[in-house]
Design a protein around this ligand. Structure first.
Ligand SMILES: Cc1cc2nc3c(=O)[nH]c(=O)nc-3n(C[C@H](O)[C@H](O)[C@H](O)COP(=O)(O)OP(=O)(O)OC[C@H]3O[C@@H](n4cnc5c(N)ncnc54)[C@H](O)[C@@H]3O)c2cc1C
Length: 396
């Protein structure tokens, strides 16, 4: 039977971070994953360039049942600390927009950096290994694993669960972390796909299909939450950064509000057009601010056409309302197949923010996406993986 100080399950962003930090403290570390390659999500992230953090990362960009939980964790390992690590490996990167930092070259640079750090810290990485059972035993854990047809028992003092969320099952996502939490009596909050395109009933879907490819700088809100980062019509519904962001907050069967022209007072603009060029068509006027096909679609829906001079103030007002407050009810999301993250997870109130250790189960740690801390789009989810992985790495 092999024995390690620390056994980490999940060689993704959080697991790799935790592994090298613990290894550098002199702890013997075994890092296991059932996938053929480590860090597959880093590889596919950010369109292959990994949006590895955000200059403006702060706790307000995260959703959790207890929004205070992550504060001290982020303060102990900040975006500046990770940027320093990236710089020390001479990885070139750039800010795309809104503080989002991407590799110039490839997400593989970040994977190589983490693997090199693990190497330096003498971490043993073992892939294609399947966990059969986990039992608490004495002052640690006994884990039965299957690799290359042989079953082996491994003992460890500290067991770290870094198995991520449910999104993209075809590259290794599993329920494992939630099941282990429940096995040891920790609560798991309700789970839903997040940062995911929204889908619609057939009538609205037909319109999305007809408008597919059009993107607008729209503002989307759900209750008091509002994002203005772009909306894209697709063959499957609505996507784009604003839609992905709002999906993390949206509740089933509830409407979202789309403001297609957040910068403009449309009624004011239309009244001006009407008095200055009354012969101008409503379509021409609206197309000055919206893509032509979208303007046409909305005017058709409202049955509006012809010269501005012939349209009453009431009709222009209806159009303006429709553009600024378009209420739509999604019938669902594209689900875990395309979601970037899982919203919800292991209840933060059952974990110590000082160590990432379960409050009730000594020696059992949770880090990364498996926990009920979900970031906005823009490099925040990786920052959570780095920060929570670091804090656990210092304590296991
Ligand atoms: C398409 C896509 C693009 C993304 N782009 C970005 C981005 O640019 N910026 C950003 O901040 N976030 C991005 N994310 C989110 C980010 O990838 C995750 O939040 C982050 O990877 C979570 O890190 P983690 O270590 O907790 O989990 P993961 O990185 O998912 O790692 C979990 C690991 O556990 C392993 N595992 C799972 N179950 C088991 C099991 N039963 N036994 C053994 N091993 C197991 C998996 O194989 C995996 O290697 C993106 C996500 C997706 C899907």
């Amino acid at each position: 039977m092999r024995k390690f100080d620390v056994l980490i399950i999940g060689a993704g962003a959080a697991g790799l971070m935790c592994a090298h930090i613990a290894g550098k403290r002199g702890r013997s570390v075994l890092l296991l994953d059932h996938a053929k390659k480590p860090a597959e999500k880093i590889r596919i992230s950010g369109g292959g360039r990994c949006n590895f953090t955000n200059h403006y990362s702060s706790p307000s960009a995260f959703i959790s049942n207890n929004p205070h939980f992550c504060k001290s964790i982020f303060s102990r390992y900040t975006q500046r600390d990770f940027i320093e690590l990236v710089r020390s490996h001479k990885i070139d990167f750039h800010e795309k927009k809104l503080g989002q930092l991407f590799c110039d070259n490839s997400a593989q640079d970040i994977i190589k950096m983490l693997l090199d750090e693990c190497d330096r810290a003498n971490v043993i990485l073992q892939l294609e290994t399947y966990i059969k059972t986990i039992e608490a035993s004495g002052s640690g854990y006994k884990v039965s694993v299957k690799a290359i047809d042989a079953i082996e028992a491994i003992e460890c003092e500290s067991l770290v669960i870094a198995t991520g969320g449910l999104s993209i099952p075809k590259i290794g996502a599993s329920r494992f972390g939630y099941d282990i939490a429940q096995q040891f009596g920790l609560k798991v909050t309700s789970l839903k796909p997040a940062l995911v395109p929204l889908t619609f009933h057939s009538e609205f879907l037909d319109r999305c299909r007809a408008l597919s490819g059009i993107s607008v700088d729209a503002e989307i809100s759900f209750g008091t939450i509002c994002f203005r980062k772009g909306l894209l019509f697709t063959h499957r519904g609505l996507s784009g950064p604003s839609v992905l962001q709002i999906s993390s907050y949206w509740d089933e069967n509830r409407e979202i509000t789309i403001n297609l022209l957040p910068e403009l007072d449309l009624i004011d603009f239309l009244k001006r057009c009407k008095s200055e060029s009354p012969k101008q068509s409503i379509h021409t006027a609206l197309s000055q601010h919206l893509p032509k096909r979208l303007a046409e679609d909305i005017l058709n829906e409202l049955g509006l056409a012809g010269r501005l001079a012939d349209l009453s103030h009431a009709k222009l007002q209806i159009l303006s309302e429709r553009i600024h407050k378009w209420l739509v009810i999604p019938n669902g999301t594209e689900g875990y197949r395309t979601a970037e993250v899982t919203c919800g997870g292991v209840d933060v109130d059952s974990i110590s923010a000082k160590t990432m250790q379960s409050k009730s189960q000594e020696g059992l740690y949770f880090i990364g996406e498996v926990i009920d801390v979900t970031g906005h789009l823009g490099g925040y989810n990786f920052q959570w993986a780095w920060s929570s992985g670091f804090v656990a790495g210092q304590n296991v």
